[in-house]
Design a protein around this ligand. Structure first.
Ligand code: PMP
Length: 362
């Protein structure tokens, strides 16, 4: 590129060095008959609800901006939890809320604590906003190293702690006592990311911020068969919500999502059997995986299973699965889970296609 002074400008020089080093979040979108790599639900919503959602979406005035405060949807969410609408903030997916919380609650250069391995966006967004991620490794059986985390809290004073529970990709749920201990020790906020909580045996932790105002609960509709809507939300103390709301971009939730999501949430009970089906399929898949020699699978409370293949075999097995039309998530190059796949629980048919392909690929 030549500018007016005939100087050659390297377009890369226009980008902040920290951003140049980042990797954009990406997943493979090559069409594949069996897609088990993004922790989506294999089920769309029950037909009756889907039809209602389509009706309300069709009634949306296309020429008008959305309700900026998303009043109806926030009320529907608040009602589901016995919370007030002022305790609810919405994001275009929970990713957007991670961004907003870091932006609103941290000064550049401050630290974010994350137990790893975990959902990669906590670190990626923190870095993109000039924050410093600090990590504490999970134990070899994916338990939280509470002592290690408490030590890092003392040494590094993280302003935000992100706890995905059940954790992605390990599938384990952290004990409530550990969350409370971290919240009591933390100089800032603890975000309890419940993206997968509907698949856990004993359900959500409750409105923890009522006792500990530095706890923020984060949820998403993405795992309940509504990933296309892009809706995440946080439940927190109203002073937290009021202030994080100040960095939210206007109209971040479009009218169709507002209308359809409110309709879905008002009919929440009808989704419960689908969570039950996923849990059932998960437990069958877990048992079947551990019957296969050369595979080690860990128990999971989420809608996916983390499995390790024998040393050095990951690439061959991953490609073998792809050749059989099955896409799973491979953490290629990761220092801890580089020889592991994360397999989303599909429906009965998809899971049996996956198991058959796996046996062929090994
Ligand atoms: N949190 C965790 C732990 C996740 O695994 C994911 C998605 N993979 C998200 C948040 C993001 O969800 P959303 O679709 O709401 O942005």
């Amino acid at each position: 590129m030549i500018n007016k002074q005939d100087k050659i400008i390297d377009p890369l020089s226009l980008i902040r060095p920290k951003i140049r080093e980042l990797k954009a979040y990406s997943i493979d979108h090559t069409p594949s008959p069996v897609i088990l790599d993004a922790n989506e639900s294999p089920f769309t919503p029950p037909r009756r609800i889907l039809e209602r959602m389509l009706v309300v979406m069709a009634g949306t005035p296309m020429n008008r901006y959305p309700d900026m405060e998303a009043t109806g949807l926030r009320s529907a969410i608040a009602h589901k939890y016995g919370a007030a609408p002022e305790e609810v903030l919405l994001g275009n997916g929970s990713d957007e809320l991670i961004f907003y919380m870091i932006l609103a609650m941290m000064e550049p250069g401050e630290r974010v604590l994350v137990p790893t391995p975990t959902f990669v966006m906590y670190e990626t967004i923190a870095k993109s906003l000039n924050m410093e991620p600090v990590t504490v490794s999970l134990t070899s059986d994916w338990k939280l190293d509470l002592e290690g985390a408490l030590r890092l809290i003392k040494e590094k004073g993280p302003r935000l702690i992100f706890l995905a529970t059940p954790n992605n990709p390990t599938g384990q749920k952290y004990p409530i006592r550990a969350i409370e201990a971290l919240a009591d020790a933390a100089p800032g906020a603890v975000v309890v990311d419940e993206a997968y909580i509907d698949f856990a045996a004993d359900g959500p932790y409750g409105l923890l911020y009522r006792e500990r105002p530095n706890v923020i609960i984060m949820r998403t509709l993405s795992k309940m068969g509504l990933a296309a809507l892009r809706l995440g939300y946080i439940l927190a103390d109203r002073a937290v919500i009021e202030n994080v709301n100040k960095v939210r971009l206007p109209y971040n939730i479009n009218s169709m999502t507002q209308a359809a999501a409110a309709e879905a949430l008002r009919n929440w009970e009808e989704f419960l059997p689908l969570f039950g089906k996923v849990r059932e399929e998960r437990d069958k898949l877990y048992a079947a995986l551990n019957e296969i020699s050369g595979i080690h699978a860990w128990p999971s409370e989420a809608n996916f299973i983390l499995m390790r293949v024998e040393d050095g075999a990951a690439e061959q097995v991953f490609n073998g699965l792809l050749e059989h039309g099955v896409r799973v998530r491979w953490f290629a190059g990761h220092p801890v889970v580089g020889d592991c796949f994360r397999v989303t629980v599909g429906d009965t048919h998809e899971n049996s296609l996956f198991l058959a392909a796996l046996k062929e690929a090994l």
